[in-house]
Design a protein around this ligand. Structure first.
Ligand SMILES: Cc1cc2nc3c(=O)[nH]c(=O)nc-3n(C[C@H](O)[C@H](O)[C@H](O)COP(=O)(O)OP(=O)(O)OC[C@H]3O[C@@H](n4cnc5c(N)ncnc54)[C@H](O)[C@@H]3O)c2cc1C
Length: 262
């Protein structure tokens, strides 16, 4: 996207979901990203499916479900990732969205392990298995699988925290863990559309379980740390509800309290 905008091409994004990047951003965050892109001259269609791509001798025609047609010189199709596992056809290896592995990254076959984008491993937030298809998950998968392959298969995996950090034309958007919230949980929000800034924190009791942010990337390590350690926030939860960007103070506060309490 960035390189096309820098080349000042007439650029259109077509998204069938209700907002941009719907798998990592909620409604407000996706809306901010869209208005940011539009302000940079990008045309954005959401809730719109591409029905066909037709070619004429001179150009391509992208036919949208609303009947509109976008003429184009170049069309980039970017509709998600899926492991190619055809080479395992005929093998007795369990496959769902990816190769299903247990907490040791072992498949249903002893001595066969899977890791990375091809593997459907434990998700830290949901306790279920998922294909994350991001580099941090692949790295963690690889470390656990390797340790279990050369050891006694006794290193369990706590699960990967699903996280995505995206820089779109200079606007950084992030999602961590259960950013859509959990049943019975509550949330805190800072929304400043004029500055394209948004922070949404999701809690389960007094534990931070997920977050979405736009235009805020100073303390993402702190955010990740609070979620991954599942440290009880105590009084800091209410302070975060008053000011969701108060993350560093919360991180230091809860960790100091934990040290003092032994
Ligand atoms: C354009 C793009 C941008 C990305 N940006 C980010 C990002 O910003 N942040 C992030 O966290 N992640 C990003 N990712 C995802 C990240 O690259 C992957 O999650 C990560 O590389 C997965 O590591 P892996 O080892 O599982 O697979 P890969 O890195 O894909 O390595 C698998 C290797 O196996 C080889 N291979 C495949 N089939 C066979 C076979 N049958 N026999 C032998 N070899 C085989 C492939 O050629 C490949 O070299 C991006 C991916 C893409 C495509």
């Amino acid at each position: 996207l960035e390189s096309w905008v820098l080349r000042e091409v007439n650029l259109t994004v077509v998204e069938m979901g209700p907002r941009m990047v719907p798998r990592m951003l909620g409604e407000k965050a996706g809306g901010l990203l869209q208005s940011w892109c539009e302000a940079k001259g990008v045309t954005v269609h959401t809730n719109t499916q591409v029905k066909a791509i037709e070619s004429t001798p001179d150009e391509l025609q992208v036919v949208l479900e609303n009947g509109e047609t976008c003429p184009a010189d170049v069309v980039i199709v970017s509709t998600g990732v899926k492991p190619r596992l055809h080479y395992l056809e005929g093998c007795d290896i369990d496959i769902d969205q990816g190769i299903v592995v247990d907490v040791h990254m072992q498949t249903n076959q002893p001595d066969v392990y899977a890791a990375g984008d091809c593997a459907q491993g434990l998700d830290f937030s949901t306790g279920k298995t998922a294909v994350h298809a991001v580099q941090p998950t692949a790295t963690e998968h690889g470390r656990i699988a390797a340790a279990n392959m050369v050891g006694n298969n006794n290193l369990p995996y706590k699960g990967s925290l699903n996280m995505n950090i995206l820089d779109t034309l200079g606007l950084v958007t992030c999602s961590f863990g259960a950013w859509e919230g959990v049943a019975g949980g509550d949330s805190a929000e800072m929304y400043n559309p004029d500055n394209h800034q948004y922070v949404n924190l999701q809690f389960k009791d007094d534990v931070l379980v997920g977050a979405n942010s736009v235009g805020y990337h100073e303390h993402l390590g702190v955010l990740r740390g609070l979620i991954e350690t599942q440290i009880p926030l105590g009084e800091w939860k209410d302070r975060l509800k008053d000011s969701p960007v108060n993350l560093v103070d919360a991180y230091q506060g809860v960790n100091q309290a934990a040290l003092q309490n032994g």
